[in-house]
Every structure is written in structure tokens, then in C-alpha cells.
Design a protein around this ligand. Sequence first.
Ligand code: NAP
Length: 356
Amino acid sequence: MEKVKCAVLGATGIAGQQFIEAIKGHPWFEITGLYASEKSAGKKYCEACIWHQESEIESRLSLMVVKDVAKIEQDIKSYNIIFSALPGEIARDPEEKCAKYRPVISTTSAFRYDKDVPILIPEVNISHISLIEKQKERGWRGFIVPGPNCTTLGLVISLKPISEEFGIKNVFMTSLQAISGAGYPGVPSLDILDNIIPFIAKEEEKVQKETLKILGTLEGKNVQDALFGISCTCTRTNVRNGHTEIVFVETEKPCTPEDYKNAIKKFNEKFKKEFGDLPSAPKESIVIKEEENRPQPRRDRDLNDGMSTIIGRIRKDDIFKNGIKFVLLSHNTKKGAAKGGVLVAEYLIKKGIIKR
Ligand code: NAP
């Protein structure tokens, strides 16, 4: 069967490179267009980008000429799907131009907070998919589906089994985020080597807002934000890939570590049943680590090719009447960005929402 033609916007960046990795050898998708800034336009891809992945660039793409994203309008109809990994501040205009005609799966924040836009994570809030229909009122023939901020991703996946079975009153989260989360060149080496930076601009606000939207309920044609309290502290640490998050949850009903583990098992079974047949789906959405010194970014981030959230150190918290605490690890550029976006696109194809 003919493959679905895809363009990658922001193809030279960290998340853009991960789209290239996620689509390499994909059974349904092929990349037929690469876009970046005016500075990269006209160059071969291998000359325009500093490649940061472990494997070599696919040779066909290595020689492909990068185009200027400002001029995407003229090519848009030659693609079936647009994957966008542009900086949030500049993504709105090109993504909108694309969505007039084609589905856009985005890693950026540009449209995340619009009321008719779902921040979609298949195993967490698939019912929000119906917001896509609402976007037709903008006069678009396509639509935009962004993924969450890479720090939000692991957090909402870890919270979903708790919110479903025990209810959530309050969440406190402290992150230790990888350097690659800041893109390239990102944080200067003299700032991050031997160091932790206790501030990432706008990150805490994004994670708090997105978590409540994603775990919100669809009422009629709108998402009502979840009502629990959430307080985050986000820090950058000297790790290449993989965000670690330390999470405390006050639950409505009692939830012991065993209860949480059982809820995760059920969550994984549901994931396998509904999404397990998609090419990019991991065996398990959540992997539980029982060792007391795991998860660790270097050792665990690539488990299931970076598509699982790894949870360990699950303990009762005695400060709250009903409290539980744990440490999670989530791959920020894979499930937290590009490959997570590819999984969403696969689901939309399976459901016929994106036509092959
Ligand atoms: P990055 O490494 O800085 O890459 C940025 C990309 O956008 C490059 O391809 C760059 O092209 C292009 N670009 C920059 N300024 C542009 C402009 N003015 N006009 C057109 N293109 C421009 O950033 P990143 O980390 O990949 O992040 C990309 C997006 O993904 C962001 O919205 C980010 O929030 C999101 N995201 C990133 C991660 C992560 O872990 N890195 C995770 C989740 C979401 P040139 O090479 O030509 O400059």
C-alpha cells in the first residue's frame, strides 16, 4: 500500500530529528518534505543540521534539500500529514496555514491552550479527540493536534490510573529535566555542567495548566478542567535525555502502593487492548520498577524505545491522610515529543480520521 506522505517542520532541531528517527522504516509513513528556518533553506539536510541521534541519518533524507517553512503554503497539498517541531513562538502561523488543508500533529505549545484543540495522549484522554470536529468551525479542512509539554507527559500518564480509581485532591511535583529538553544549542555548557538550574521559564505554568486540561472531562463540546490542586517546581539537570519527576499525590480515597500498582496493571491492559496494535506502541504504557534505586535516566530512558513511563519508589506518604509518592522517568524527545506524536497520527489513521 502507498505510504502516507509526511512533512516535518523544524526538521533540523532536536524534536525534528526525533520525528525522522520515529518514521525511519515506518510501515505506514514516509517523509517527503523537510522544513526549517530561512537559514537552513536550500541546504542538504546533512549540512543544515547538527545530527544528535545515535544512529546515522537515513541516506535518502541526508541529501534532501531543506525548505523554508515560511513558504510551506505552496507545497502543503503534496503532503497527507504535517509533523511540527517548531519553536512555540513562531509555530502558530505555519501550523495554521497547514491546518487549513491538512492534519497537523505538533510538539509545540502554539495551539495547546485553545479551547477547540485537544492535547492528546491516547491512553489518557482519547475522548478529547472529538474536539477535532469543532476545529472545522475555523473553516479548516485539516486540524491541529498538539502533544503536551514533555514534562507534562509522564506526569499525566502516572496520574491517570490514580484519578480514575481513587480521585485526586492535590499533586506536588518537582522535575529534574534533561538538557535536550531545551533544544539545540539549548543551555550553555558552563551553566549546566556540574550543576542544577532551579528555573525553566514558563515550564511550571505550562505543566500545571496542561495537566488539568488533559485530565479534564469532556462535557458537551468542551473540556472542563480537572479540579484538583497542582503545584510544580521545574529544574534543569546535567542529564542528556529523560525527565525525572518526583511526585506526591493526595488522593480522595485511600490508595496504597499495592492499590496503585494494581491500577497501573489495569491501565496497561486497557492500553494494550486499544492501542497495542499501533506500530509505535510500547508493550506497556507504564513500567513499574521495584528496585529501590530505579528509575535512572541513563539506564531506563530507552526501555521500550523511550515510549513507556517508568515509575519506581512507590511509597505511602504519611503527611497526607491519603497520600502516595513515587519517582517517574519519561523520555522527553521520544514519547514526550516526536514518537508520541507519531503514535497519535497512527491512531488517527486507524480510526479513519486521517485518510490514507
Ligand atoms: P530546537 O532544537 O531549537 O529546534 C528548533 C527548530 O525550529 C529547528 O529546526 C529550527 O530551524 C527551527 N526554527 C527556529 N527558529 C525558526 C524560525 N524563526 N523560523 C523557522 N524555523 C525556525 O528545538 P526543539 O527542542 O527541537 O523544540 C522544537 C519544539 O518542540 C518546541 O516547540 C519545543 O517546545 C517542542 N518540544 C521539544 C521537546 C524536547 O525535548 N526538545 C519535547 C517536547 C516538545 P533552523 O535549524 O533552521 O534554525
